[in-house]
Design a protein around this ligand. Structure first.
Ligand code: FO1
Length: 315
């Protein structure tokens, strides 16, 4: 039984994970999801990257936004606004059910891994293992360049709409965290390890920084497992999200090759879009084999196509 492990975060990651599910056929697919975006709002524990994978794989995600259930309403937010509550972090009425259920299961002593498995089961996802990277509480914070101090990732990403420059990223609690049950085992048993087209700093980076994950990947590579990644940048820009600007602000080149600098020698096969074909030599210098293919995921067929290309290159 072929076993595929994908590291994912954010909207691009959830879409590629959906493509992998279609392309994986009979292979076993585990998706290790970033939890650095997790946040507590109105007393509810919210795990955005896990939820966007849950919603994408169960077919309910709002395709335009990329997060939250399609057709959601925001009546509770309107009522909360009238009562003076903070509503910049938009929680839809259907989405609230997920946050309420997660919060009550956690309060009953379930772990994020157990909660995620229960939510996946309830949403009818049986063919993919969705694994939070850790069950320990971690939160990504970013240091603002022009103001003193650090803010939570969601303050940067949503409240400030990433319109401020940053000069640092840290995942608080990660040094003390341990990989969630099954994560290191999945990596050790993997026949291919895939990095989704997600933000290298705040989506893939936190997963790689979970104690033991990088070692588990290195061990797998020593026994011949291929680490394959899809560039989250096409022509130096993202489809969605601040990765290109973060690369520049954090001192890297805002290009598909710059992303490999962040991954520092981890990647064996790297899928880039034809517009980035000129970067092939630089990519080889980073020790990766470039695979040139249309990197844009147009709808579900596009997601499955891209996943098939990467799987073929990796296996
Ligand atoms: N993203 C936004 O741009 N604005 C929001 O108000 C917002 C609310 C939100 C609520 C729940 C959830 O699971 C995700 C939400 N997101 C929102 C997206 C979220 O900030 C990002 O998807 C991840 O944190 C980074 O990819």
């Amino acid at each position: 039984m072929t076993s595929i492990v994908a590291l994912a975060g954010g909207v691009g990651g959830s879409r590629f994970a959906r493509g992998l599910r279609s392309a994986a056929g009979a292979a076993e697919l585990s998706v290790i999801v970033n939890t650095g975006d997790d946040v507590t709002v109105h007393g509810l524990r919210i795990s955005p990257d896990v939820d966007t994978v849950l919603y994408a794989l169960s077919g309910v995600v709002d395709e335009k936004r990329g997060w939250g259930p399609r057709g959601d309403t925001f009546r509770c937010m309107e009522a909360l606004e009238r009562l003076g509550g903070e509503t910049w972090f938009r929680l839809g009425d259907l989405d609230l059910a997920t946050h309420l259920r997660r919060t009550e299961l956690l309060a009953q002593g379930e772990t994020p891994t157990q909660v995620t498995a229960e939510l996946a089961r309830r949403l009818g996802i049986h063919d993919v293992r969705i694994r939070p990277m850790t069950d320990s509480p971690v939160e990504t914070w970013v240091e603002l360049r022009d103001e003193q101090g650090w803010v939570h990732f969601q303050e940067y990403f949503v409240h400030r709409r990433t319109e401020v420059a940053i000069r640092g990223v840290q995942v608080r609690g990660l040094a003390e965290a341990s990989a969630a049950p099954g994560v290191l085992e999945a990596l050790a048993a993997a026949d291919a390890i895939l990095l989704c087209p997600s933000n290298p700093f705040v989506s893939i980076g936190p997963i790689l920084s979970v104690p033991g994950v990088r070692d588990a990947i290195d061990t797998a590579r020593r026994r011949g497992v291929c680490v394959a990644a899809v560039s989250p940048l096409i022509g130096g820009a993202t489809i969605k999200g601040p990765a290109a600007r973060m690369l520049s602000e954090l001192g890297y080149t805002a290009s598909a090759a710059g992303v490999l600098e962040v991954y520092a020698g981890l990647v064996d096969v790297y899928l880039i879009d034809p517009v980035d074909r000129g970067l092939s030599a630089e990519i080889e210098r980073h020790g990766a084999r470039p695979v040139v293919a249309d990197a844009l995921m147009r709808g579900r067929r596009g997601e499955a196509r891209l996943a098939r290309v990467l799987l073929k290159a990796a296996l």
